[in-house]
Design a protein around this ligand. Structure first.
Ligand SMILES: O=P(O)(O)OC[C@H]1O[C@@H](O)[C@H](O)[C@@H](O)[C@@H]1O
Length: 304
């Protein structure tokens, strides 16, 4: 039996290696967990307590190593598309609670909400010389839907604009990658990271997986569905302000090369990442950008 304290809608507890994590819980039993390290969502569970995100059994919860799985935030750089380390630094910084969050939505009392913030430090300014405020709102909706809303503002006083690329690097948990289909990316152009980012056009069928996939789909629809046949479940991603979608599965060879990833774990994960990669975002001083990702589930397969 769980104690009453375990049912609080919002609670800060110690996670792996004593790192702080925020637990969000809804009355219907759904939940999410977010580490302040990286503002990294590591868990999202449905009303039956089933985990919907993949987190590697070998994930290393030791800064500065980013956590393998969940939803790392790639900012201010996606991948190696710039001078910074792969995927930028937001995923390995300690975020804090935002004491001046954006206004709450009108239906806030049915939602569980936590607001985090990251500001550039003197150390960060040495590697990326732009002042910013990055506000992340994490919302668990009444039906267990998980929303991440990023608001990034140029707080520079020197008149300089800055440019960034971005991704919510979402690792979904799937029962068997060979049985999964992704819908919503048919007939789109993509850049293939496995082939020097050459541009290709996807064919008309939904996407299935039988080898390594690492693609940036360009200007996608706002809704993408991951259909898990074995679980008879569809994971639905909706996005706003994020035109692209990255699809990644490392497959066996790359899996073996990663120290924080089990050799066979590629069979049980699929990354679908709401992203802004092809056209990076530029903010002048005082300007703010908003990018949103919402995840929900349908407990049956959507019609093909
Ligand atoms: O190992 P990292 O830095 O978390 O990156 C994992 C993967 O992230 C994906 O988004 C990239 O498209 C891949 O190329 C990359 O391998």
């Amino acid at each position: 039996m769980s104690s009453s304290s375990e049912r609080k809608p919002l609670e800060v507890v110690k996670g792996v290696n004593g790192l702080d994590k925020v637990v969000l819980r809804q009355v219907n039993g759904t939940s999410a967990e977010v580490y302040l390290y990286g503002a990294h969502v590591t868990s999202w569970k449905n009303e039956h307590g089933e985990e919907l995100l993949f987190l590697s059994s070998k994930a290393i919860f030791k800064p500065p190593k980013p956590i393998r799985g969940g939803i790392p935030i790639c900012f201010p750089q996606f991948s190696n598309l710039g001078a910074l380390d792969q995927h930028g630094f937001a995923r390995n910084r300690f975020w804090t609670f935002d004491d001046d969050p954006p206004p709450l939505p009108p239906d806030a009392n049915h939602k569980v909400i936590t607001d985090l913030i990251l500001r550039s430090t003197i150390e960060d300014l040495k590697i990326w010389p732009y002042s910013f405020e990055y506000r992340l709102r994490i919302t668990l909706g009444p039906g267990g839907e998980l929303m991440l809303t990023s608001r990034i503002r140029n707080t520079g006083t020197d008149g300089k604009p800055f440019t960034f690329s971005f991704a919510y690097h979402t690792y979904f948990s799937v029962s068997d990658i060979s049985e999964v289909r992704v819908e919503g990316l048919e007939t789109l152009d993509y850049l293939d990271n496995c082939q020097k980012r050459e541009r290709f056009t996807e064919q008309g069928d939904s996407i299935t997986f039988e080898s390594e996939v690492d693609r940036i789909y360009l200007s996608t629809p706002t809704k993408i569905a991951v259909m898990d046949h074995e679980k008879k479940r569809t994971l639905v991603m909706r996005k706003d302000g994020l035109p692209d979608a990255v699809v990644w599965n490392p497959w066996d060879k790359k899996a073996k090369a990663m120290v924080d990833f089990g050799d066979d774990e590629y069979k049980h994960m699929l990354c679908v990442e709401a992203a802004a990669v092809e056209k990076p975002i530029t903010l002048k001083p005082g300007e703010e950008w908003r990018g949103r990702q919402e995840l929900s589930t349908v407990n049956k397969l959507l019609d093909p």
